[in-house]
Design a protein around this ligand. Structure first.
Ligand code: ITT
Length: 204
């Protein structure tokens, strides 16, 4: 059996675990930054999450010579004209903590009723080859921004993202459940057939 190596272009161990849980084929070996010590930091300066995921996947594929998988996500709030969106990580400033971002979001939505607090988490995931080919898939989940912080699981905006089908925020849902329904899980499920093609045919 011919083994195929694919690089996961993130330093986030939770994302690496999530991807490995959903995508596994007997002849696929995922490589990470732990196997390549000199991986460059890619500046996420594209105007869209799709663009950032493509940039990351293409740069790392070129650097390693391996097919590379990269993602970027963001929270898009309707009443804020889809902000913070691609700027979700640095919504409250360059060195903003998750708490700073959450406080800013609650402030911006102050006085808004439930129906006006609609939001969507989006994740763009790109698989790229070292010769510049790529495919991008997007996963989404709809929800509402709560009026107070609820729950202690997860990270980022999880304590403010209410999922009506679960009657819970992302921070109140068990990680196993979140990893089945999240924007990122959906993007990983959508990118899986493209990885399967590489694994079976040797090309994207
Ligand atoms: P990388 O190292 O992989 O770039 P990152 O922290 O930039 O990780 P993302 O691009 O996936 O993470 O997400 C950007 C921001 O969006 C992140 O800092 C969070 O504030 C928020 N976010 C993304 N996914 C989230 C999730 O599942 N739950 C809560 N917040 C999330």
């Amino acid at each position: 059996m011919k083994m195929v190596e694919i690089m996961i272009a993130t330093k986030n161990l939770d994302k690496i675990r999530e991807i490995r849980n959903i995508i596994n084929f007997p002849n696929l070996i995922f490589k990470t930054f732990l196997d390549y010590k000199d991986i460059p930091d890619v500046v996420e300066d594209e105007p869209t999450i799709e663009g950032n995921s493509q940039k990351k996947a293409l740069v790392i594929a070129k650097h390693t010579g391996l097919y590379s998988l990269a993602d970027d996500s963001g929270l898009f709030v309707s009443a804020l004209g889809d902000r913070p969106g691609v700027y979700s990580a640095r919504y409250a400033g360059d060195n903003a903590t998750y708490m700073d971002n959450n406080i800013k979001l609650l402030k911006e939505l102050e006085g808004k009723r439930y129906e006006e607090r609609k939001a969507v988490f989006r994740c763009a995931m790109t698989i790229a080859s070292s010769d510049g080919k790529f495919i991008t898939e997007v996963g989404e989940i709809n929800g509402y921004i709560t009026e107070t912080i609820r729950g202690s699981n997860g990270f980022g905006y999880d304590p403010l993202f209410y999922v009506p089908e679960q009657n819970k925020t992302f921070a109140e849902i068990l990680p196993e459940t979140k990893n089945k329904i999240s924007h990122r899980a959906k993007a990983i499920f959508k990118i899986k057939p493209h990885i399967e093609r590489i694994v079976n045919n040797g090309f994207l």
